[in-house]
Design a protein around this ligand. Structure first.
Ligand code: SAM
Length: 439
């Protein structure tokens, strides 16, 4: 009980900071033991996944509108309502008591009484909760599925309502996790034996070698297998880009925008740790993580360099991976916070930066060499439209087929790109193309 109470109050603190400063900082949970830390992540992500719907419910049962409430009260109520509506394992009285206690502690006894009144009102109707009923269809959908209105508009226009609903439902579901065996440290077959001996259930994907769908990554962390470099947590869709680059053991490879290096490790594995990979990123903190990973994964052919890719001159390489910073609209199930952080302006900024990064990356590819451009976005401006504009500016590059590198069911744009979709492919949304420098 003690842990649960702490996990709740820490979750509220994190959610308040997120609303006020747009920062999602889990380090506040470091004072809890590991179960509590895991609970905090679950609470925070689940509440962010349902935020608009929770706010709608709060509004229905309160005399004070949600917009008039202090950020701290809003988040205490979101957590209480989430517990009552979605957490079968928490009795309503416990959810109410703890929310009231957190309110009193943070905001005084009168706010504690208000919290109590709102949650008790909701408890009375818990078996017949009101449904969002706005006349404005975008607002109705946005509230029902807890997505921002600008994304709802984009996706319903592009996919149609039925498919957009499926996509948003997938974003609100528990994420699918994949583990990839690192052959620089172990053999995939041995790793399977290791999982079996430890009673870990897994499903081996037939899309790429060494990828296993698992229920949770917790056992891999607790057994120290990530730290030891036996395996990495990587969505299978994220694995497509390194496979598409098809790096060879005697090549020089640039991994641009590389940190924290999950794809660098795959590249190194595909090269048997030989040849040369230069991993470049602008963030030194993230590069530190990459360097640590390279050590534990025995990825000895990786060198790191801190640089702004839009402003660095490098010799030409055999092949270049540009895994560009993007809006991340393909990973909203694992990163529920992103949907509230992104907006149309953020999309425009991402597109502008990607275009500059692509122009720089193009200068680093030798004649006859390859360039893979990848994102974890679903937005066409960041994906195929970005690539088409790049081709308009660079007549020395041509698109190559992705057939044979990625599963057929993920192939898009007549064989010239892959695009995974969370509601269709049971993984995150990833996009990529293979370009060849022809002159
Ligand atoms: C999508 S993440 C890369 C993920 C990484 N490829 C992986 O697989 O682990 C994008 C990265 O781009 C980096 N970045 C953003 N702008 C950059 C720039 N101008 N030059 C270099 N890196 C940049 C960010 O620091 C971030 O690490």
């Amino acid at each position: 009980m003690e842990t649960e109470a702490s996990a709740r109050s820490v979750s509220v603190e994190i959610l308040i900071e997120f609303d006020e400063n747009n920062v999602l900082n889990y380090s506040k949970a470091d004072r809890l033991e590991s179960r509590g830390r895991a609970e905090v992540r679950e609470y925070v992500q689940n509440i962010l996944r349902r935020r608009s719907y929770l706010d709608f419910l709060i509004d229905q049962f309160s005399n004070v509108t949600i917009d008039e409430m202090k950020t701290s009260l809003k988040n205490i109520l979101r957590l209480g309502v989430y517990d009552m509506v979605f957490m079968d394992s928490t009795p309503d009285y416990a959810a109410i008591n703890e929310s009231v206690e957190i309110s009193k502690l943070k905001l005084g006894s009168r706010t504690g009484d208000l919290t109590n009144a709102i949650l008790r009102n909701l408890q009375r109707d818990i078996d017949d909760l009101p449904k969002p009923n706005f006349e404005d269809r975008t607002k109705l959908i946005a509230t029902t599925f807890s997505h921002p209105e600008w994304l709802v508009e984009r996706w319903t226009d592009r996919f149609g309502e039925r498919e957009a609903f499926k996509l948003m439902r997938a974003n609100n579901s528990r994420p699918v996790y994949f583990i990839r065996a690192n052959n620089l440290r172990t053999k995939t077959e041995n790793f399977k034996l290791r999982m079996t001996k430890n009673n870990i259930e897994f499903h081996q994907s037939d899309w790429l070698p060494g990828y296993f769908e698992v229920e949770s990554v917790a056992p891999f962390i607790s057994k120290g297998w990530l730290d030891k470099g036996f395996c990495q947590v990587q969505d299978i869709g994220a694995g497509f880009a390194p496979y598409l680059l098809d790096p060879q053991s005697d090549e020089s490879i640039y991994d641009l925008c590389a940190a924290p290096g999950t794809k660098s490790i795959v590249l190194s594995d595909l090269m048997d740790g030989e040849g040369d990979i230069l991993a470049v990123d602008i963030s030194s903190d993230r590069l530190d993580k990459l360097a640590e990973s390279a050590l534990s994964y025995h990825a000895e052919n990786i060198r790191v360099r801190r640089a702004d890719v839009t402003d660095v001159e490098l010799d030409e390489a055999d092949a270049v991976l540009l895994d560009a910073p993007c809006t991340g609209t393909g990973v909203l199930s694992k990163r529920a916070d992103l949907r509230w952080r992104r907006d149309k302006e953020g999309l425009e900024n991402a597109v502008e930066l990607q275009s500059k990064l692509l122009d720089s990356a193009a200068k680093m590819v030798k004649k006859g060499g390859r360039l893979v451009y990848s994102t974890c976005s679903l937005e066409e401006e960041e994906n195929m439209e970005q690539v088409m504009q790049f081709l308009d500016r660079h007549d020395n590059f041509e698109l190559q087929t992705v057939e044979g590198y990625v599963p057929d069911e993920t192939i898009a744009h007549g064989g010239l790109a892959y695009q995974t979709l969370p509601h269709k492919h049971n993984c995150d949304g990833h996009f990529g193309v293979l370009l060849k420098r022809v002159k």
